[in-house]
Design a protein around this ligand. Sequence first.
Ligand code: FAD
Length: 462
Amino acid sequence: MAGYDYDLFVIGGGSGGVRAARVAAALGKRVAIAEEYRYGGTCVIRGCVPKKLYVYASQFPEHFADAAGYGWTVPEASFDWPTLVANKDKEIARLEAIYKRNVEGAGGEAFHSRAMLVDPHSVYLVAEDRTVSADQILIATGGRPAPHPALSGHEYCIFSNEAFDLKQLPKAIMIEGGGYIAVEFANIFHGLGVDTTLVYRGQEILSRFDMDLRRSLHEMMEKKGIKILCHAVSEWVRKTPDGRLDVLLSGGRTLTVDQVMLAIGRIPNTENMGLEGVGVELSKTGAIVVDQYSRTNLDNIWAIGDVTHRVQLTPVAIHEAMCFIETAFKNNPTAPDHDTIPTAVFSQPEIGTVGLSEDDAIKRYSEVEVYRASFRPMRHTLSGRDEKMLMKLVVDGSTRKVLGAHILGPDAGEMAQLLGIPLKAGLTKDDFDRTMAVHPTAAEELVTMYKPTYRVKNGERV
Ligand SMILES: Cc1cc2nc3c(=O)[nH]c(=O)nc-3n(C[C@H](O)[C@H](O)[C@H](O)COP(=O)(O)OP(=O)(O)OC[C@H]3O[C@@H](n4cnc5c(N)ncnc54)[C@H](O)[C@@H]3O)c2cc1C
């Protein structure tokens, strides 16, 4: 080990890489990290953080409208996109500096450079034009939006990366995709006053979520004025003489918009960094193949986060980093636990969810009880907003274990975080029932649904 420049070299300064570098350095290891773009990675620079700030921005028109029922007169509001972008830039620059400082503060060395593997113990730093050596190497290079080269006119389209920094807010946008990024951006743009159309090839938005929530959110988004076209794809995109974009959709319909955003998936960043040459195994989709401990097929090379295409979420990348530290540096082999991950979709209204959807539970359990409540949350009584909240618990009929909890409505993401604890602990519906309600809240519904709304036995609703 003494013969190497570093004990650990981390490639990629995002959520996973920075955590691993910082913690390893704090353990007294000689650590370096290379980031080719900006420290903080996708989450801080062009993912979770700016996205959530834009979600907040886009919610104000509804807050202004809702205020009237509570006695407020709100003067006509106006919105300035460049101000939002500039304030967002300030905040992410602040976070970026903290990320880098945290690594250096712990004793690590942070490079601003693209890094490439030369051999299993050597990394070439492009910006420095030099090669360094390390005992262990961790690849945490994340992913990027999947391109769509087969789409004629794809060069006119943008991805989530560009959507954050548009010079002007478009008057009309088409977003292609049905995953959470597409759905969140559709809500953001609509909330900011943009005429928004969501185009998705599947049968219903947000596959892998509970169908009840998917359908209900779809309806609510349409009610707000977002156009959603399922079973549709774009066939070509063309520039019009006045600089707008015409999009031909399957089925023959044409849209004219100012921007087309593609959110059709994400691909791992594994190209042109020497992986094939060194012999690191990649999957068919280009993701780095790892074992249960995040180790690649080479003994001293590891990979965590989005680049491994397991679960693409920031807390998961961080958890994988912490498990890697245990395994590689603390002699305590620890496999990341990807079971029962709470998650949110920051749509409007929000989705918060943890555990099995009703459909998945039915496939795995012979008797499932569904507790379901749909109600107008108190905050919408005086505001007059015609929007219902949906809560649902999916329970194993034989053991009473709560298998899934699904919420659509204000603050659903916050509730999902807390519901993650009882579901991870394997608590039963009886534990929920004997928990005192907090009144008056929307969340109290979760502990007051005493009777199943319906049961499903061997796939049949009874
Ligand atoms: C629009 C959007 C919204 C999202 N919202 C959420 C959310 O609400 N909640 C959530 O949990 N997750 C969200 N995510 C996902 C989350 O951002 C990722 O799961 C997370 O950032 C993955 O962390 P990572 O460390 O694997 O990779 P990243 O954070 O992507 O970091 C990888 C870093 O490696 C750098 N890099 C790549 N190649 C090299 C190289 N060869 N040399 C040097 N550096 C390199 C990249 O520049 C990048 O900074 C969102 C993602 C997007 C795109």
